[in-house]
Design a protein around this ligand. Structure first.
Ligand SMILES: NC(=O)c1ccc[n+]([C@@H]2O[C@H](COP(=O)([O-])OP(=O)(O)OC[C@H]3O[C@@H](n4cnc5c(N)ncnc54)[C@H](O)[C@@H]3O)[C@@H](O)[C@H]2O)c1
Length: 389
């Protein structure tokens, strides 16, 4: 049974593993973080010390609390140190075979009751669990980056997962001050699936030369109310990460045209124009680079926002229609996981479901592409005059 005294193990001390370890230790858990790479462990330790120092400087935590968090975390190069763990969260490279091998090894070390979780963004929890003798103890616990700041955590039971065990994980992580949502084990879970059109429809509008990147970003922020425009956000996430997620979701949904990646983004990746981290992406971050000015045309701006938003809403509807998550969890996921100004299903109600359907039908009429097919649930709800809330 997981509780406040549970010992937490983390596999992988990279960006996510070290963040999750900090969150667990901040909640008072003895936390053991394991990595095969000594340099990565050293780096994680230094980052943790710096992160705690900053929190003390900002008076978010006391010096005593910072010290107690640090004391609770053990860094190790040996998986055997996981013997006493109650919950292990794996956060290593996104490779199914490597993850399966790690889960197999974990099972030979830990107790029979120990819960095994993966922080994977895109791989099947069911498939990872199949490497284990007790797949019922394997669950997805998906934090967002940076784990210390982003409130959302998706809890994903696989086909064989014990349902109560998934609920216990939810309760535990809620106790860490996070907002948890339950998601079915499907590609991209909730956030990484529902958010695809934010990028792909913006890319489509750009590829069709309807508007430039600065104008699309301006419209989504100023008119749409999003914190960042799609192109700024893709540059921040990095095209290596963002493009690969899109491609993975597309292939795992059997090449559904709704998720089709953009060649423009692929070329950026091939050119190593990864975004902010490489100083070039959609925007040029090098010193002296000239910024593109947005064309602040209200009519065009409203067209852009409406088109991207209706595609997002359509995806949220489909997620609901296929039972991948509840109405509430879909809206929570998008507001707490990617900072959307409103839940998409709530937004759909406000826009009027009929208006959303009309936009999608117009796009479908124009393009004759399956990409723009309206979700069956949306059509049914319009016919029946229903709303989500
Ligand atoms: N970075 C993100 O934005 C993000 C967000 C949510 C989820 N995720 C998921 O979290 C996981 C980790 O991502 P990350 O960005 O932290 O990666 P990362 O590359 O920063 O860190 C991975 C760490 O795992 C270690 N590692 C690799 N193989 C190992 C093994 N067999 N045993 C022990 N340690 C091993 C590496 O040395 C490295 O330190 C991935 O599954 C990723 O999909 C990433």
């Amino acid at each position: 049974m997981l509780n406040k005294q549970s010992i937490i193990g983390i596999v992988g001390s990279g960006a996510m593993g070290s963040g999750i370890a900090q969150v667990a230790a901040t909640a008072g858990h003895p936390t053991i973080i394991f990595d095969t790479n000594d340099n990565a462990l050293e780096k994680a330790k230094n980052n943790l010390i710096n992160s705690l120092k900053k929190l003390v400087e900002k008076q978010k935590i006391s010096e005593d609390k910072a010290q107690s968090i640090l004391n609770l975390i053990t860094f190790t190069g040996s998986m055997n140190d996981f013997k006493s763990c109650d919950l292990i969260i794996e956060a290593i490279i996104e490779n199914i075979e490597v993850k399966k091998n790690v889960f197999k090894s974990l099972e030979s070390i830990v107790s029979k009751e120990c819960v095994l979780a993966s922080n994977t963004s895109s791989l099947s929890i069911t498939s990872i669990a199949s490497a284990c003798q007790k797949p019922e103890r394997v669950v997805g616990i998906h934090f967002f980056n940076p784990a210390t700041l982003m409130p959302l955590v998706e809890i994903i039971p696989g086909v064989a997962t014990d349902h109560q065990l998934a609920l216990d994980c939810k309760t535990l992580i809620d106790g860490w001050g996070k907002v948890t949502v339950m998601a079915k084990d499907t590609p991209g879970f909730i956030v990484n699936r529902v958010a695809r059109p934010f990028y792909s429809e913006a890319l489509r509008i750009y590829d069709e030369q309807m508007a430039d990147i600065a104008t699309i970003d301006w419209a989504m922020k100023e008119i749409g109310g999003f914190k960042m425009g799609p192109f700024e956000l893709m540059d921040l996430i990095g095209h290596d990460v963002n493009y690969i997620v899109t491609e993975t979701v597309w292939t795992q949904f059997y090449f559904d045209p709704r998720f089709k990646p953009s060649l423009t983004q692929k070329r950026l990746l091939e050119a190593n124009f990864l975004g902010k981290k490489s100083n070039r992406g959609f925007y040029d971050y090098r010193e002296g680079a000239v910024l593109t000015e947005a064309k602040k045309d209200e009519t065009l701006g409203k067209y852009i926002v409406n088109r991207v938003l209706c595609m997002l809403i359509n995806e949220a509807c489909d997620t609901k229609y296929l039972g991948m998550a509840s109405t509430n969890d879909i809206d929570l996921a998008m507001t707490k996981g990617v900072n959307y100004p409103k839940g998409l299903l709530k937004w759909a109600d406000e826009k009027g479901l009929e208006n959303v359907l009309n936009t999608l039908n117009e796009l479908y009429e124009e393009y004759q592409e399956d990409r723009y097919r309206a979700c069956v649930l949306l059509k049914q709800m319009v016919k029946q005059g229903k709303t989500f809330y």
